[in-house]
Design a protein around this ligand. Structure first.
Ligand SMILES: [Ca+2]
Length: 571
């Protein structure tokens, strides 16, 4: 309940308005009075003030008690409202106004201002301004207090407001883009309308905030440019329209640029690789925006064989076994450019197809060895004596696929290495062994000196220099000495219990002249000695000589029987 108390004490005469205020401020703030100021200030000399009143309202505060309406109000953006509309991201200017007759010395705000805003703390001003760009939505309750003095002392008057920071006016900015010259671009902005408000749009050419080039009739959320041949910037002002106020928001600048078509600056290079290997091809191009790439297999411009996921400036081929060509297409919104085709030539490394075969020859003969090899030509060959891989004995001028040995008198091994550009290390053949078998000549050379050898009556096959009735050739077959009279392998015969026993030693073919040779024996019998009557005894045919003793025991029989031993060398 308000209490009215009439001042009964007559105020002393005051000579100025200021002194009258001082007088009035001495009253208790609990005293609420309203009466014509003229009654007490009729002699004050401020005759022009006719509507002064003394207003002291508890809880509100007052110092300009001679004003008819001493309070703080919102004068902008919504006059006389306790709610201050704002939007996150839009500049806010709110003006609190002191409406009394005097001028406040200072302003103070209690409560929390929206982040991003400050107040001007005006000194000696009838208004105080809250400004800035709030960046956080919410309702912010504040009290604005106007003080009499500049240091927040004296009497005061205040009012409370709620700053309602709503969602941003623009939720999606128009975006820059690059287009092909002679085409247009549709720019779009998205605004947040909010409850109880509407949105309006105005598009401009130029940088954001520059309003010198508004675009006629471009007043909706989307705007389609005319066809452009040069980069042009646009922006849009979106305005949220509420009751009694508006909140404008400037979009960012959206620049529509004109693309530069691609041009190939570095062509992918042709290359040779080994079969089964990969290689990386690289292309480079100019153009704006930066071109993207697609690689193709085949001839340049033939797009029937695009390569999946080959969309970078570099492309690594799969493992190739056949020669293949590739090319790349560079693309941006301005156009395309095709690279030349790069040919990846696949070379086959040298490899052995068939190694040279081992063979057996007679001493003094030569052997011809051959290798077959695969690989991209030219192929190079080098023959070596020894075991495969041992290259210490390369053979001079033995550099073709075939090699004929010199006349050999001893078993010798050979191998060959085949190389080409794709296999510089080379492929080694298996070892081919030329086995040298001795001959009668080998035996002759070991049994006779050079003079004897030159005289066939001594060293010839049919000669019998030791006069033992055995020709040199037979001495060789029997394994006996040609210059020393001796007996050939003898058959020893005996009998027991009416049975004939035949013994002999099946000597092995060994020593010089017998390399590769086998001595063979067959024991034969005849009852007549007639030619063609000799037959091998069962179980005594083709006996391989290994120095073993052989005994034949005949069945008991009274008939006459002859035995002989057949000896021969193989091969
Ligand atoms: Ca003889």
């Amino acid at each position: 309940m308000k209490r009215l108390l009439l001042l009964t004490a007559r105020p002393r005469i005051i000579a100025s308005r200021l002194s009258s205020l001082i007088l009035l401020f001495q009253r208790s703030p609990l005293v609420q009075m309203l009466f014509p100021e003229a009654k007490i200030l009729s002699s004050s000399g401020f005759g022009q003030i006719t509507q002064w009143a003394v207003v002291t309202v508890a809880g509100l505060g007052a110092y300009d008690t001679v004003s008819g309406a001493s309070t703080v109000i919102q004068s902008y953006p919504v006059a006389n409202s306790t709610t201050i509309p704002a939007a996150s991201g839009s500049a806010l200017t709110a003006v609190a106004q002191y409406t009394g007759g005097n001028t406040p010395g200072s302003w103070q705000i209690t409560g929390t201002l929206p982040p991003g805003t400050t107040h001007s703390d005006s000194k000696g001003s009838k208004t105080d301004t809250i400004s800035g760009t709030p960046n956080q939505t919410g309702n912010y309750s504040i009290t604005v207090k106007a003080w009499q003095n500049s240091n927040y002392t004296g009497s005061w008057v205040s009012a409370s407001f709620t700053i309602n920071v709503d969602a941003a006016v623009i939720t999606t900015q128009p975006t820059s883009d690059v287009i092909r010259s002679g085409t247009s671009k549709t720019l779009t902005v998205t605004g947040a309308q909010g409850l109880g408000t509407s949105l309006s749009y105005q598009w401009y050419q130029g940088e954001s905030g520059t309003t010198t080039s508004p675009i006629s009739a471009a007043t909706s959320a989307s705007y389609t440019t005319p066809t452009l041949s040069a980069a042009t910037s646009y922006w849009v002002k979106v305005t949220r329209i509420g009751t009694g106020y508006t909140i404008p928001s400037n979009s960012t600048t959206a620049t529509v640029s004109i693309a530069t078509a691609p041009a190939i600056t570095t062509q992918p290079g042709s290359i040779s690789i080994n079969s089964g290997a990969t290689t990386t091809l690289t292309v480079a191009s100019s153009g704006s925006p930066t071109p993207t790439y697609q690689w193709y297999q085949g001839a340049s411009g033939t797009t029937t064989s695009p390569i999946a996921n080959a969309t970078s400036a570099s492309f690594t081929t799969p493992a190739l076994t056949t020669t293949t060509s590739y090319w790349a297409r560079a693309t941006n919104v301005g156009g395309t450019a095709d690279s030349s085709a790069a040919t990846v030539t696949v070379t086959q490394p040298a490899a052995i197809t068939t190694s040279p075969s081992s063979s057996t020859i007679n001493s003094g003969s030569n052997a011809t060895l051959s290798v077959t090899a695969s690989g991209t030509g030219p192929l190079s060959y080098q023959w070596y004596q020894g075991a495969s891989g041992n290259s210490t004995s390369s053979i001079t001028n033995a550099t073709s696929a075939s090699y004929t040995t010199p006349a050999l008198t001893a078993t010798t091994s050979y191998w060959v290495k085949v190389t080409n550009a794709a296999n510089p290390t080379g492929a080694n053949s298996a070892t081919a062994t030329v086995t040298v078998n001795d001959t009668f000549a080998s035996w002759q050379a070991s049994k006779f000196n050079s003079t004897q050898l030159a005289n066939t009556t001594i060293s010839g096959a049919t000669a019998d220099p030791d006069g033992d009735g055995i020709t040199n050739e037979d001495e060789y077959i029997f394994g006996t000495l040609p210059l020393t009279s001796n007996t050939p392998p003898v058959l020893t015969t005996s009998s027991t219990n009416g049975q004939s026993i035949v013994d002999f030693t099946a000597t092995a073919a060994s020593g010089t002249g017998y390399a590769g040779k086998t001595r063979n024996f067959s024991l034969q019998s005849s009852t007549t000695l007639a030619a063609g009557s000799w037959t091998d005894l069962t179980g005594f045919s083709n006996i391989t000589g290994s120095n073993q003793a052989v005994r034949y025991t005949s069945a008991a029989s009274g008939s006459l029987k002859f035995y002989r031993l057949r000896v021969w060398l193989t091969p």
